[in-house]
Design a protein around this ligand. Structure first.
Ligand code: CA
Length: 409
């Protein structure tokens, strides 16, 4: 007999977004997250509408089949309600939401899932991802076109192929029934967690000896520490004894606030329309056509982008090499304008270049060997010549030689 020993729902707006479009629900037997998105407004409304509709399915079911049928029906009802809301409020066109829901039964859980929120199971310290993302990049991974690692950083990683929204009347929803037992820890989260915190870190945090609420808080904190570019929502359910006391269901995120679009019923004051929603940028795309032509077109577009990037890189590398070569040539030419006085075959000599060598490259050549013997010079001048005397130009070098010659007694 599986009891819910403890549960917790936590939602945070994150560090970048202006509002929270996620919702989370931790009820008696039902638990879920809903990550809203779309258009210039409405993601928060989509997830709130779905949440309010799906909480109706928080009931006790006889078996897994009955539960999964009820969950699927609840998600489809939420989909209809979002469509109806868009029909009444055209400014909300394009809004949608993911839903990943889990109902706890006697010895099993029933799951209904659409979108890129996730359900994980921690059992005996091992974490497994239970749901599959309905994303464009997941399709590329399934088709063997990219690896899971490439999917994590793919520019289109947030594009969803399936979602509850105003586009499809009957979107395909994944359902499953899995066994559960004492000690299992089920986790639902939005991509604000799974897209930021690596799998190993998720497992480490979830496997810690801590309660559901503490673990949910730690997961949100891990996402915040990772920059939290998106809203982050986590629902944790622990299976075991004793059963949790009967507390009111917990709703977090956008569904916890009253729906805001009722304001559009009184839209005018002195002829100026009051915007019913706060304007905010939304980076995610919630739906793209699910046709093979489109699929191939996007792959081709990615390939073109990669080729362009390679071309741009090649240009900069060639330019950089050109600059380095030009610099070396100019430096060498400068050394050849320099002269110094030194010794060659026991005679005072003039050298062109600088005394130093650059590794195996000599930066000087004998220019002129004079008739003056170094040994005839004064001891002090002999030392100077051996150590070489700098001369800016050839004329300077000739003057130095002349003076050395004159100094001989
Ligand atoms: Ca999200």
């Amino acid at each position: 007999m599986a009891h819910v020993k403890a549960s917790a729902a936590v939602s945070h707006v994150g560090r970048i977004r202006a509002n929270n479009q996620d919702s989370g629900y931790a009820g008696h037997r039902l638990f879920f997250v809903a990550d809203g998105m779309g258009g210039h407004a409405g993601g928060d409304i989509a997830s709130a509408i779905a949440t309010h509709r799906i909480t109706d399915a928080d009931a006790t079911y006889r078996d897994g089949h009955e539960a999964s049928v009820a969950l699927e029906a609840a998600l489809l009802a939420a989909n209809r309600r979002i469509g109806e809301t868009v029909a009444d409020h055209s400014e909300l066109t394009g809004m949608g939401t993911t839903v990943s829901a889990l109902a706890v039964l006697d010895d099993a859980v029933a799951i209904a899932h659409i979108g890129d929120s996730r359900i994980y199971l921690l059992r005996s310290g091992e974490l497994s991802q239970i749901t599959t993302d309905h994303t464009f990049v997941q399709r590329l991974v399934d088709a063997g076109r990219i690896t899971a690692e490439e999917a994590m950083v793919h520019p289109r990683r947030s594009v969803l192929m399936r979602v509850l929204g105003d586009v499809e009347t009957r979107p395909e929803i994944d359902t499953m029934v899995l066994d559960t037992r004492e000690g299992d820890r089920w986790v639902m989260c939005s991509d604000g967690l799974s897209g930021v915190v690596a799998f190993d870190e998720l497992q480490e945090i979830l496997a810690a000896d801590a309660g559901a609420k503490q673990v949910a808080d730690r997961l949100v904190k891990a996402s915040l520490d990772g920059g939290a570019p998106d809203n982050v929502t986590v629902v944790v359910v622990d299976i075991g004894e004793p059963p949790a006391p009967d507390t009111p269901p917990q709703i977090v995120g956008s569904a916890a606030a009253p729906l805001a679009f009722g304001q559009s019923e009184t839209p005018r004051t002195r002829g100026i329309r009051i915007a019913p929603f706060r304007p905010h940028p939304v980076q995610e795309t919630h739906f793209e056509p699910d046709s093979e032509d489109y699929f191939d077109e996007i792959i081709e577009e990615d390939a073109r982008r990669r080729r362009r990037r390679r071309l741009v890189w090649s240009f900069w590398i060639v330019l950089l090499i050109g600059i380095i070569v030009a610099g070396v040539v100019m430096a060498y030419q400068w050394t050849q304008t320099r002269f110094y006085v030194g010794e060659s075959n026991g005679r005072v000599a003039i050298f062109q270049g600088v005394q130093q060598d650059l590794g195996p490259v000599s930066l000087h050549d004998l220019y002129l060997e004079t008739e003056v013997d170094v040994s005839e010079l004064r001891a002090y001048d002999q030392l100077r010549v051996e150590q070489t005397i700098n001369a800016g130009s050839l004329a300077d070098a000739l003057v130095i030689v002349k003076r050395l010659e004159e100094s001989i007694d």
